[in-house]
Ligand binder design. Structure first.
Ligand code: SF4
Length: 313
C-alpha cells in the first residue's frame, strides 16, 4: 500500500521534485523503460529469503535485520521445523529460541520480537498473519519495509520495498530527491504501475547488488546506462566496468548465469547451490559474509550488513 505523500494529500503529485527537469509524464515513461530493461536483465529476480507461507516470511524478515539473507536461509529450516506456526513460536522457550537464531545476530532482541509477534498473531488474529499493512506494522519487529515485503511476496499485494539499495538507485535514476524511505515509496509509486511494485523492488535491488554499487557503479556494463541520468558516476570503460560486476554476472560465473537464465523458476535453487559450494570452498570464517542476494561462487564473502529482503530483498 503506498504511503500518502505530502503531494498526494494536496493533490499536487506533479510537483514532487525529482531534479531531472523532466515532466512527470517523461519521468513515468523513463521509469517504465528502466523497469522493463531491468526485467530483461534479471528475469530471475526474486525474494531472497526462503519461505513457504506468510508466517515464515514474517519470521525470516525479522531475522534478516543486520545480517544477510544467506545467513537467515541457513537458520530458518531448523527453526521452522521446531516452530512451524505462530502458536508454536508463541510458546517457545526463550533460551532455546535464542540458541537457534544466535548466528543471525542481535538474537536476544530478535527472540523477544518473534515471541511477541507470534503471541499477538495468536491472540489478535487467530494464529493467522494479517494481510494488511496497518495490522502488520503493529507487530513487534515489523516496520513498513518488512510489511511491504510480506504483502508483496506472501500475499501478492503490490508493495515497494525501500532498502538501502532501493534508496540509492531511486536517487540515481532521478525518481526522487528524498532520502526518506516513506517519501521514496510514495515518489516511485507515482511513477510505476502498482502491479509492478513488488517485482520492481526485486529488480532494483538485484541491480544495486550486482551493477550499481554504492562506491563504484559499473556504468560501462550497465543495462540501463542510456536511461540513467547518473551515468558516469562510476566506471564507464566497458572492460573495467565488467570486472566490477558481482554474483552471477561476475567474470567466471557464466555457467551459473546461464543456468539461472535457462530456468528462471529454479534460479533461487541454483543460486543457493552456488552459495553452498562457495561456503564449502571457503577456507576462512564466513561471519558477516554473503551479501544477501544471489551470490555466485566467486562472490566476495563480505556483504550486506543491513536489513533487506531482497537486499533485498
Ligand atoms: S548508469 Fe551507472 S549510475 Fe546509472 S544505473 Fe547504471 S551503474 Fe548505476
Amino acid at each position: 500500500m503506498p504511503p500518502k505523500s505530502a503531494s498526494a494529500k494536496t493533490g499536487a503529485a506533479d510537483s514532487v521534485p525529482r531534479g531531472t527537469g523532466e515532466s512527470l509524464l517523461a519521468l513515468k515513461r523513463r521509469a517504465g523503460k528502466i523497469n522493463r530493461q531491468l526485467a530483461k536483465a534479471y528475469p530471475y529476480a526474486h525474494a531472497e529469503l526462503d519461505f513457504r507461507n506468510p508466517f515464515e516470511l514474517v519470521v525470516a524478515t525479522v531475522l534478516s535485520a543486520q545480517t544477510t539473507d544467506v545467513r537467515v536461509n541457513q537458520t530458518t529450516p531448523a527453526l521452522f521445523a521446531r516452530y512451524p506456526d505462530a502458536r508454536a513460536l508463541a510458546e517457545a522457550n526463550v533460551a532455546e529460541l535464542e540458541t537457534m537464531i544466535q548466528s543471525t545476530g542481535f538474537f536476544r532482541a530478535k527472540s523477544r520480537s518473534l515471541i511477541s509477534l507470534a503471541t499477538r498473531i495468536v491472540d489478535e488474529y487467530d494464529g493467522v498473519v494479517p494481510g494488511r499493512l496497518d495490522d502488520l506494522v503493529t507487530l513487534a519487529g515489523v516496520g513498513r519495509k518488512t510489511a511491504n515485503v510480506v504483502l508483496g511476496n506472501a500475499f501478492g499485494i503490490p508493495g515497494i520495498t525501500v532498502d538501502t539499495h532501493f534508496i540509492r538507485l531511486a536517487r540515481r535514476f532521478g525518481w526522487t530527491e528524498s532520502k526518506d524511505p516513506v517519501q521514496i515509496e510514495s515518489d516511485v509509486g507515482a511513477l510505476v504501475a502498482k502491479a509492478e511494485w513488488t517485482m520492481l523492488s526485486h529488480r532494483v535491488v538485484f541491480h544495486g547488488r550486482r551493477v550499481c554499487h554504492a562506491r563504484k557503479p559499473a556504468c560501462g556494463a550497465c543495462p540501463v546506462a542510456t536511461l540513467c541520468p547518473s551515468y558516469g558516476e562510476g566506471e564507464t570503460d566497458p572492460v573495467k566496468a565488467k570486472k566490477l560486476l558481482k554474483y552471477e554476472l561476475a567474470p567466471g560465473n557464466e555457467e551459473l548465469l546461464a543456468r539461472m537464465l535457462g530456468d528462471v523458476s529454479r534460479a533461487a535453487e541454483y543460486r543457493q547451490e552456488a552459495q553452498l559450494l562457495a561456503r564449502q570452498q571457503s577456507s576462512g570464517p564466513t561471519t558477516g559474509s554473503a551479501a544477501g542476494a544471489g551470490m555466485g561462487p566467486a562472490a566476495p564473502v563480505s556483504g550486506r550488513s543491513t536489513t533487506r529482503v531482497a537486499d533485498s530483498l
